[in-house]
Design a protein around this ligand. Structure first.
Ligand code: ADP
Ligand code: MG
Length: 197
């Protein structure tokens, strides 16, 4: 038979989408929007967040403008793999709080035909790349960079200012600890809130 006329059956290809940006830039909002659209398309969805993020709710991802969607808390990335056998679309919020094995887990999920949507901070409060996001950005098929509004000058904000005195890379919190700032008004050392204004 002519090879060109042969019917080829391909396995459905999955992919990885990354939504990244500073705090308050709308990552969770955008993740929820995509998940809701997948639901309208009658796809089977599941959303996960790391145990460390207990800011607003144990059982939901919640955006700063109070949009929410049910989610499961997982202790590590491996747990996500175990829970996604019968799922088409997987949402993962606060990806920067997972270990680097999240990268391979996302690859495995996408390789098995699933749509994986990962949201997370691409930079920490010092404006340094926040692992594992850089690696996820490298392997993703689709990337969305969200920007917030600088609280000092109103420009586009690509950075997260820590406004309390701590030098831990991870300090979970929202408006009490962090602000969105542009390049010009972002300061590594505090008392930066005063200095910037
Ligand atoms: P992220 O997940 O990126 O931290 P969210 O999706 O939770 O962001 O929240 C985005 C919402 O935060 C915006 O729609 C807006 O209502 C609110 N918001 C509060 N402060 C800011 C800011 N400085 N810039 C932009 N949006 C802000
Ligand atoms: Mg968020």
């Amino acid at each position: 038979m002519n090879e060109n006329l042969q019917i080829r059956t391909y396995k459905k290809s999955g992919h990885i989408e990354v939504i990244c940006g500073s705090m308050f830039s709308g990552k969770t909002e955008e993740l929820i929007r995509r998940i809701r659209r997948a639901e309208i398309a009658r796809q089977r969805v599941k959303v996960f967040k790391p145990k460390i993020d207990n800011r607003y709710s144990e059982f939901e991802i919640v955006s700063h403008n109070e949009q929410s969607y049910p989610s499961e808390v997982v202790n590590n990335a491996e747990e996500i793999l175990d829970k996604c056998f019968d799922v088409d679309v997987i949402g993962i919020d606060e990806a920067q709080f997972f270990e680097n094995d999240l990268v391979q887990i996302c690859q495995n999920l996408a390789d098995s035909g699933k749509r994986v949507i990962v949201a997370g901070l691409d930079q920490d409060y010092r404006a340094l790349p926040f692992e594992p996001m850089p690696q996820l950005l490298a392997i993703a098929e689709y990337i969305t960079k969200t920007l917030a509004v600088c609280v000092v000058c109103g420009a586009q904000a690509n950075r997260t200012q820590r406004v309390t005195d701590s030098d831990e890379q991870i300090l979970v919190g929202a408006k009490n600890h962090y602000e969105a700032r542009c390049r010009l008004h972002h300061m590594i050392n505090i008392d930066s809130k005063k200095e910037a204004i």
